[in-house]
Ligand binder design. Structure first.
Ligand code: NDP
Length: 307
């Protein structure tokens, strides 16, 4: 059984910022990278709104810089996954790793992020990795000179659609309403791109294809009309769900599963357990706000450990 002072679970901007602060405060943090080291930032293309990078920076480079900065001050990084949490109020926090090892921590920062939301229909599940993807950066280049579909009306959907115009012959954005949720700047870029065509007020009935995607059947929810859009891939950009199911039983979460923090802090209802980033943020979910939350969590953890 390994005993640690401070463990951070998750290696996105929240986890790494917490690690930078904690390491500089001599807390000797141990960070578990989880199933997607670097977090969702590694799957975005260009980040233009993180302060300090006037020309923008790739998500991958940004998170790698954060990792190097955390390691420079002595953060230890392990590429293992925490599969079980046993959390207590002010006592020892116990974590079981996928390797079978058990870790005991005096303080814990949960920075587990969020995962893509899927439609949850059988044809989508069956065709995952056969044309259904939640990551245009990862899979977009496979679809050169063919039509593709993006589902969703938020900033992620616009970003995915714009990225896909580099490869695809045509990008259909299918949205369930007749108004986008995306920011004005992203909406403007998508609407003025000649390769992007919007299909409004439509919900997905079925993704078509035997061994790979060949189309998508949609229903116009104003007229009831059913139609088919031919495409070779469907990119799902329907927002995210917080990765909190493994520890939800111990702390308070909202109806969507986001960790509820004590007002003006990174504290959960358990003393010694803190949370930061997308897993605890139902409203902003930006790299910079996650980093800010990581900073708060490290300072709260430091104060707790000092007490
Ligand atoms: P959002 O929650 O903003 O958008 C999700 C979209 O998916 C909405 O349009 C929603 O429809 C639709 N949707 C959700 N569930 C379903 C469903 N079951 N069936 C059909 N449609 C569905 O998530 P994003 O990932 O786009 O963005 C998350 C956050 O990250 C935001 O704060 C965003 O600003 C930020 N972001 C910023 C970027 C940038 O600035 N470049 C890039 C990417 C993300 P409806 O609108 O009807 O609810």
């Amino acid at each position: 059984m390994k005993k640690e002072k401070l463990v951070i679970v998750g290696s996105g901007p929240a986890g790494y910022t917490a690690a930078i602060y904690a390491a500089r405060a001599n807390l000797n943090p141990l960070i578990f990278a989880g199933t997607l080291p670097g977090g969702l930032l590694t799957q975005t293309t260009h980040v233009e709104n993180f302060p300090g990078f006037p020309e923008g920076v790739t998500g991958f480079d940004l998170v790698q810089n954060m990792q190097q900065q955390a390691e420079r001050f002595g953060t230890r990084l392990e590429y293992d996954e925490v599969i079980e949490f046993k959390l207590t109020d002010g006592g020892v926090q116990t974590l079981v790793l996928s390797s079978g090892e058990t870790i005991e921590a005096e303080a814990l920062i949960l920075a587990t992020g969020a995962s893509p939301r899927y439609l949850g229909i059988p044809s989508e599940e069956r065709l995952k990795n056969k044309g259904v993807s939640a990551c245009a950066t990862c899979d977009g280049a496979f679809y050169k000179d063919v039509p593709v579909v993006v589902l969703g009306g938020g900033d992620s959907a616009m970003e995915e659609a714009l990225f896909l115009t580099r490869f695809a012959s045509k990008v259909y954005v299918i949205h369930r309403r007749d108004q986008l949720r995306a920011s004005r700047i992203m909406t403007e870029r998508a609407k003025t791109n000649p390769k992007i065509e919007f299909v409004w007020s439509s919900t997905v009935e079925e993704i078509i294809g035997e061994r790979k995607v060949s189309g998508i059947r949609i229903k116009n929810n104003k007229t009831g009309e059913i139609s088919t859009v031919e495409c070779s891939a469907v990119f799902v950009a329907l927002g995210h769900v917080p990765n909190t199911e493994k520890f939800r039983q111990f702390i308070d979460t909202d109806a969507s599963g986001y960790v509820i923090l004590k007002e003006n802090s990174a504290k959960t209802k358990l003393k010694g357990v803190f949370a930061a980033g997308d897993c605890a943020d139902p409203s902003y979910r930006q790299a910079i706000s996650a980093a800010g939350m990581g900073c708060r969590a490290a300072i709260d953890a430091e104060r707790y450990l000092e007490e």
